[in-house]
Design a protein around this ligand. Structure first.
Ligand SMILES: NC(=O)c1ccc[n+]([C@@H]2O[C@H](COP(=O)([O-])OP(=O)(O)OC[C@H]3O[C@@H](n4cnc5c(N)ncnc54)[C@H](OP(=O)(O)O)[C@@H]3O)[C@@H](O)[C@H]2O)c1
Length: 315
C-alpha cells in the first residue's frame, strides 16, 4: 500500500492514524492543508497578463509531471498537484528555474472529499482564471486489494473518478470565465463496465476491475459533460495516453513498460493545445477511438450521474 496516502484497509477505517491525522488537519487553516507551508519556493498565484493557467492533477510524478514541465517550458502558469510535497516542490522548482513559465504546488489527497473540497476552495480563492484542467491523478490496479477511501467508498472509484467529478464542478466558474478553456480527462484503455448493483465492488473484487471501472466512469463523465457544456466554449475530452508507460503505477504493478512517457505526454498535449480537435471524444493516443459500450448507454450514464451527485453533493 502507498505509504503517504490517507487510505486504510476497510477493517481499520474508524481507528486509523490516517483518519485521525485528517481530522487534526481539518482544524488547521486551509493554507496548511491544501497549500504548502514553504511558500517561498512558489511563484505568485496570479499569472502575468496573458499567461495561461493550467492545473495538472497528479503532476508530482509520471505522465502528469512531464505534462507540467512541458507547459511550464511553453510559458504557462502551472498548478502542480499531488500528495507528495517533496516531489511537488521539485517539479515547481524545475519549472520556475527553467522558465519561461512558473508554478505553484498544492497538496491534496483525492481519497478525501474534505481535502478535495479544500483544494478546490483554495484554487477559487487564489486564481481568477483557469484555461485548462488536466484531470490526470490516478491510482493504478496494484495492489490487488480492496481499499476504502476516507469517505468509505471503494478507493479507486473515489480517487480516480468521484473526486475528479467534484473538483471539476467546483472549478467550473473559473473555466467558464476563462473561455475558450479545456478539460482533459486522463483515462485508459482499461475499462470495466460498472455494475450499478455493486458499484463499490464488494463482490468479485480485483484491482484491475476497480481501476477499469473508475477509468470508464471518467469517459462517461466526459461524454455527459460535453453535452452539458454545449455552447459554452469549454472543450472536454478523455484519452488513453499510451500503453504501459514506465510510471509509478505501472512499475508498482510489475508490468513490463511498452511505451514512453513522452508518447503519453504528446497525446495529452494534443488535447491541451491543438486547434485541430473537437470535444466530446475519447482518444487512444493521438487518434479518436471507441470506448467500452457502456459509455454510449444513456441509462448507464444517467445512473452514474445520479450516483455521483449523491455521493459528492454536487448539484
Ligand atoms: N502509465 C500508463 O501506462 C498509463 C496508461 C493509461 C492511463 N494512465 C493514466 O495516466 C495517469 C497518470 O498516471 P501515471 O501513469 O503517471 O502514474 P504515477 O506515476 O503513479 O502518477 C500518479 C499521480 O497521481 C497522483 N495521485 C495518486 N493518488 C493520489 C491521491 N489519492 N490523491 C492525489 N493525487 C494522487 C500521484 O501523486 P503522489 O504520488 O504525490 O500522491 C501522482 O502524481 C493516471 O490517470 C493513469 O490512470 C497511465
Amino acid at each position: 500500500m502507498n505509504q503517504d496516502c490517507n487510505v486504510v484497509p476497510e477493517r481499520s477505517l474508524t481507528r486509523s492514524p490516517g483518519l485521525m491525522l485528517t481530522l487534526a488537519l481539518a482544524l488547521l487553516p486551509s493554507a496548511f492543508l491544501a497549500g504548502t507551508p514553504d511558500v517561498s519556493a512558489q511563484a505568485p498565484a496570479q499569472p502575468t497578463s496573458g499567461q495561461q493557467v493550467v492545473l495538472v492533477t497528479g503532476s508530482t510524478s509520471g505522465l502528469g509531471r512531464e505534462v507540467a514541465l512541458r507547459l511550464g517550458a511553453m510559458g504557462w502558469h502551472v498548478i502542480v498537484h499531488g500528495r507528495s510535497q517533496e516531489r511537488g516542490l521539485e517539479v515547481v522548482d524545475e519549472i520556475n528555474s527553467q522558465g519561461p513559465g512558473n508554478a505553484r504546488f498544492y497538496r491534496a489527497d483525492l481519497a478525501s472529499f474534505d481535502q478535495t473540497r479544500e483544494f478546490g476552495e483554495s484554487l477559487l480563492r487564489d486564481y481568477e482564471r483557469m484555461d485548462v484542467l488536466v484531470n490526470n491523478a490516478g491510482f493504478g490496479s496494484a495492489p490487488n486489494e480492496r481499499l476504502v477511501s476516507e469517505d468509505g467508498h471503494e478507493f479507486r472509484f473515489q480517487v480516480n473518478y468521484l473526486s475528479t467529478y467534484l473538483l471539476t464542478h467546483m472549478l467550473m466558474p473559473r473555466l467558464r470565465s476563462s473561455t475558450p478553456s479545456r478539460i482533459v480527462n486522463v483515462s485508459s484503455l482499461a475499462q470495466s463496465p460498472i455494475d450499478f448493483d455493486d458499484v463499490m465492488i464488494e463482490n468479485n473484487f480485483s484491482g484491475g476491475r476497480a481501476y477499469g471501472q473508475s477509468k470508464l466512469a471518467q469517459i462517461m463523465f466526459t461524454f455527459d459533460l460535453d453535452e452539458e457544456l454545449d455552447g459554452t466554449n469549454i472543450m472536454v475530452n478523455s484519452l488513453h495516453p499510451a500503453t504501459y508507460m514506465p510510471t509509478g503505477m505501472v512499475l508498482r504493478a510489475g508490468a513490463q513498460p511498452r511505451a514512453t512517457i513522452d508518447e503519453g505526454a504528446d497525446a495529452v498535449m494534443q488535447l491541451v493545445v491543438s486547434d485541430e480537435i473537437e470535444g466530446g471524444q475519447f482518444f487512444r493516443g493521438l487518434v479518436p477511438a471507441r470506448a467500452n459500450a457502456q459509455a454510449y448507454d444513456m441509462q448507464a450514464r444517467a445512473n452514474l450521474k445520479a450516483l455521483s451527485q449523491e455521493l459528492t453533493g454536487v448539484r
